[in-house]
Structure formats: C-alpha cells, structure tokens
Design a protein around this ligand. Structure first.
Ligand code: SME
Length: 152
C-alpha cells in the first residue's frame, strides 16, 4: 500500500477521543516521521497573534518564532496556500534552520476560516515533494483538523 494511504488510514481514527491539542500535534509529527521517507524535519508552526510559534516537531533544533513576512513558512501564512519548494536555495528569504535542508513543503491549517498554523516538512534531497505528497498531506490535515476540533 502507498505510504500516504497507510498514513491516512491510521490518521482517520488515531486521535479519536483525545482531548489535548498538544498530544494530537505531537503524535501527528511522529506519525509522519514514521511513514514518510527521506525527510529531515517535520513539525508545526502555530499562529499566535499573527506570529508563527514553534510547536511539536521531530528533528533538529529549529527557529522558535517566525514573522509572517519571513521565509517559506511566512509565505504560507500570508497566502494560506501550500508552498512546495523544490530547491530552498532559490526561494527568496528562505530561513535556513538546518543548512542540510534542500527542499521543503509547508501546508496551511485553517480551522473554520481561521489560520491555525502550518505543517512544515523539510528534506535533505532536492525536489523531494510533489503533487502526491501535497494531496496525501492535505488529506492528513483534514483528519487532524477534525481531531483538533473535537478536542475543543
Ligand atoms: N524553512 C522554514 C523555516 C523553518 S525550518 O525549516 C524548521 C522557512 O524558510 O520558513
């Protein structure tokens, strides 16, 4: 079975009954890290008063606060659209938390019309992420949003 199929099958019921957002977000990063190959960092940046604050993640130490005007994460926050970056070195203003990162995908998480935050995944490989990753991760975020809403 395709990795995203497996991941999304699990994600649909994995968080049932969990009432803490931090618990859901933490295990969401672990699930992606377990199922998705060739990634070097996966984590959440959360919208706190129009600033991105580092949330649960797996990987090396990362930037703790990111302005909406900065980097790939900032572009995702401003546009609220998926940022698929095949080569981060060609992305104007990319924030190099880890100099080994070569490609990246950032997906917005929008709950009831409000920008909640984003899922950021980095890879040491160029061109690591494509349309299949985008679709698979969007489906994952749909399950995550359902879980976050029922935790409220
Ligand atoms: N790459 C991001 C910064 C966050 S780290 O990748 C964890 C950016 O340019 O927005």
């Amino acid at each position: 079975m395709n990795k995203y199929k497996e991941l999304n099958l699990i994600a649909k019921s994995f968080f049932n009954g969990i009432k803490e957002e931090i618990t859901i977000l933490s295990n969401a990063t672990a699930l992606i890290n377990d199922y998705i190959d060739d990634i070097s960092w996966v984590g959440f940046y959360l919208n706190k008063n129009n600033k991105l604050i580092l949330g649960p993640f797996q990987g090396k130490v990362a930037c703790m606060e990111i302005d909406f005007s900065k980097g790939v994460c900032g572009a995702c926050a401003r546009t609220q659209e998926v940022q698929l970056v095949p080569n981060v070195h060609e992305f104007e203003g990319h924030i190099a938390c880890d100099s080994r990162t070569n490609s990246e995908i950032v997906l917005p998480i929008i709950i009831d019309g409000n920008f909640y935050g984003e899922l950021d995944i980095d890879s040491m490989f160029f061109n690591r992420f494509n349309e299949e990753d985008k679709l698979g991760l969007e489906e994952f975020i749909t399950s995550l949003i359902k879980a976050l809403k029922s935790a409220r």
